[in-house]
Design a protein around this ligand. Structure first.
Ligand SMILES: Cc1ncc(COP(=O)(O)O)c(C=O)c1O
Length: 307
């Protein structure tokens, strides 16, 4: 974690969990009292929002722009919030990378307010162009960041393995609450994964997938630009496994998404991830799991629906 993400920690700060979602739940149980407010990116990840609400926290939607979460808006909307949930490497779902100045602003707010930051680093392993910015956790001087990593994107969501890196001095509290809920993640799976990493297969897998996903993304983006043009505006994304295709002004993304589903294409509407309705409709397009021929064929079907 230190080499790849600039995380600063000892092994005793790592808590293995059953994926990010359990990590969010655990952090909320350990660090928050019921009814306390949490800044949530809007649009944002419903899995995190649901886990926080289920643990008794109250989500306060905070807008995001192309520098990530708007910290000043957070301070205006929910000045007493005790936590902020962010996906700074690749904001879900819009895809922004949080700028260095926003990172500092967020860390300063957390230090000043005595609040916590949940850093969901769910897909930072898949970065196609520039090197990622170091994690918020590595920039944090005040022990306010809980870093969340997952194997759901790098290996498989069915594995249900992830990890938290908790602030110094908090591991015992996290372990105790974890043990009270479900003791621990499957040890056999962890042992196999540990061997997989120690023998170099994981790093090789990431390198291979990075190339494969970059190629697949290019097929999707070129296909859409060629066949759909203005009707679905797409740009190559620097990271991750999905991008947002923007519909023309006034087009209802939920209606388009429903029509696409009838045609066998699952492209969730951007509005589904937002509390405050976005000005322009969009579709989330995941490409990583599909061969180029399947993507090209799907673009043809999308073009037919959108026309
Ligand atoms: C923003 C975000 N965080 C985390 C995850 C992974 O969640 P989990 O580790 O619980 O499978 C996803 C999966 O889609 C995601 O979009």
């Amino acid at each position: 974690m230190s080499a790849s993400r600039g995380v600063i920690c000892g092994a005793d700060q790592v808590i293995v969990v059953n994926g990010s979602q359990q990590g969010v739940d655990l952090a909320a149980r350990v660090l928050l009292d019921a009814g306390e407010e949490v800044w949530m990116e809007d649009p944002g990840y419903p899995g995190a929002r649901a886990a926080l609400s289920a643990a008794g926290a109250v989500a306060a939607p905070v807008p995001v722009d192309d520098e990530g979460m708007c910290v000043a808006e957070g301070e205006r909307i929910a000045p007493r919030a005790r936590m902020a949930y962010v996906s700074p490497s690749h904001q879900f779902p819009l895809g922004a990378t949080m700028s260095a100045s926003r990172r500092l602003e967020l860390l300063r707010w957390a230090a000043r307010a005595g609040a916590w930051i949940l850093e969901d680093d769910y897909d930072s392993e898949f970065r196609y162009s520039s090197r990622p910015l170091a994690s918020l956790q590595g920039m944090d001087q005040d022990g306010r960041v809980v870093y969340i990593g997952t194997f759901s994107k790098t290996l498989a969501p069915a594995l249900r393995l992830g990890y938290l890196i908790v602030p110094p001095g908090f591991a015992e509290a996290f372990r105790a609450v974890r043990a009270a809920c479900d003791r621990h993640s499957p040890v056999l799976d962890q042992a196999v994964l540990a061997d997989f990493m120690a023998e170099g297969h994981f790093a090789r897998h990431l390198r291979r997938m990075r190339n494969l996903y970059a190629e697949r993304q290019a097929v999707l983006v070129n296909g859409i630009q060629r066949s759909l043009g203005e009707r679905l505006a797409v740009r190559t994304t620097e990271a991750g496994m999905h991008l947002v295709g923007w519909l023309e002004d006034g087009v209802d993304d939920a209606a388009v998404s429903a029509r696409l589903l009838e045609a066998g294409i699952d492209a969730p509407a951007l509005s589904r991830y937002a509390r405050k309705r976005p000005g322009r409709g969009g579709l989330l397009l995941g490409w990583a799991g599909f061969a180029p021929e399947a993507l090209e064929e799907a673009v043809g079907r999308m073009a037919a629906v959108l026309s």
